[in-house]
Design a protein around this ligand. Structure first.
Ligand code: ZN
Length: 327
């Protein structure tokens, strides 16, 4: 079968990839729509992680089979059904998984990013428990955003909004643009601070204010700051914007040197929240109800065969999601 894999630090189309076989508890999925973002390019080029294998972590697909007893309720619920899925693949058997902390499973792998083949293939495998069925009324183009939106909804669930909450979102990629939309729907006063003017302009139709990052005063007056960039500069900016007893939500660790000083955390009694989970079922509900605009986040649509070039396009600063059809 055809697949897009990482080879010699770049993405290539491999027409002779062996067919995958689902292990016990896994599903075999045929993807129908796929999305690329900068994380896929980083995995392909090994810029910030050591990965080799089939790329891809965002998909919509149809479950061909589930390697569970046929009378297992999960197998019945998923077989032949359109699904989306979280890229996080926990082992399901360790102490943390059994304690309900599968997000923090020490044996977990990640689809197309960490120790597990991804979804940029004619068929791929994934733990059945990572899949969520989607209704017929939710089309593939919207559904493929479920894992990105799920990341934002998981982070938002950690926060309590009281009265008029002032929120700054740092970054203007897909996660930042989704975070701004989700927070403004919760009645917060939201501003997005980015660097790419075309992406900032999208905010206008969602009722989100926007500014260039370098224009903003560092007044320590924001109740909540989402950092969706993970660079040294943006983490430092988050610490300079948040008010005493406010919350900083860290969504990404692009530069592992990015720090917030412990002295500042103590002095200002800050809440520093890391977020990496994915509330994917909630995301499917939001997308089905059309409560979040994801179609504006599509930069380009390409064919499966063009995926290696799409990786290069995803690397261009300011590029939003690139979608492509399945092989
Ligand atoms: Zn586990």
């Amino acid at each position: 079968m055809k697949a897009i894999r990482s080879h010699n630090r770049k993405a290539i189309l491999d027409p002779d990839t062996p067919e995958p076989a689902p292990a016990p508890g896994e599903a075999l999925v045929t993807p129908t729509r796929l999305a690329i973002d900068a994380d896929d390019d980083a995995a392909a080029t090994n810029t910030d992680r050591d990965f080799s294998g089939i790329l891809g972590h965002e998909f919509v697909g149809v479950v061909e089979q589930v390697n569970l007893p046929t009378d297992d309720p999960l197998a019945t619920r998923l077989t032949g059904v359109r699904v989306v899925g979280s890229s996080h693949a926990p082992c399901g058997t360790c102490e943390r998984c059994r304690a309900g902390l599968s997000l923090h499973c020490p044996n977990a792998t990640t689809l197309g990013l960490d120790q597990r083949d991804g979804c940029f293939a004619q068929r791929f495998t994934i733990p059945a428990t990572s899949l969520v069925p989607i209704p017929d009324t939710l089309d593939d183009e919207r559904a493929v955003f479920a894992s990105s939106l799920g990341r934002v909804l998981h982070a938002a669930q950690m926060l309590r909004l009281e009265g008029k909450t002032y929120v700054s979102v740092l970054g203007d990629g897909p996660i930042a643009l989704l975070a701004a939309q989700v927070m403004v729907k919760r009645n917060a006063s939201v501003r997005l601070l980015g660097t790419h003017e075309a992406n900032l302009e999208l905010c206008t139709k969602w009722g989100v204010k926007h500014r260039q990052q370098h224009e903003v005063g560092r007044r320590q007056d924001q109740d909540i700051v989402f950092d969706c960039t993970g660079s040294d500069e943006s983490v430092a900016l988050a610490a300079a914007l948040v008010r005493p007893r406010g919350s900083v939500v860290l969504m990404r660790a692009r530069q592992h040197t990015a720090t917030i000083s412990a002295a500042a955390v103590i002095r200002d009694e800050l809440h520093i929240l890391g977020s990496r989970g994915c509330a994917i079922a909630e995301a499917v509900a939001e997308l089905t109800a059309d409560r979040v605009d994801v179609l504006s986040l599509i930069a380009r649509r390409l064919r499966f065969e063009d995926a290696p070039q799409a990786m290069a396009a995803a690397r261009e600063p300011g590029t939003l999601k690139i979608l492509f059809d399945a092989a």
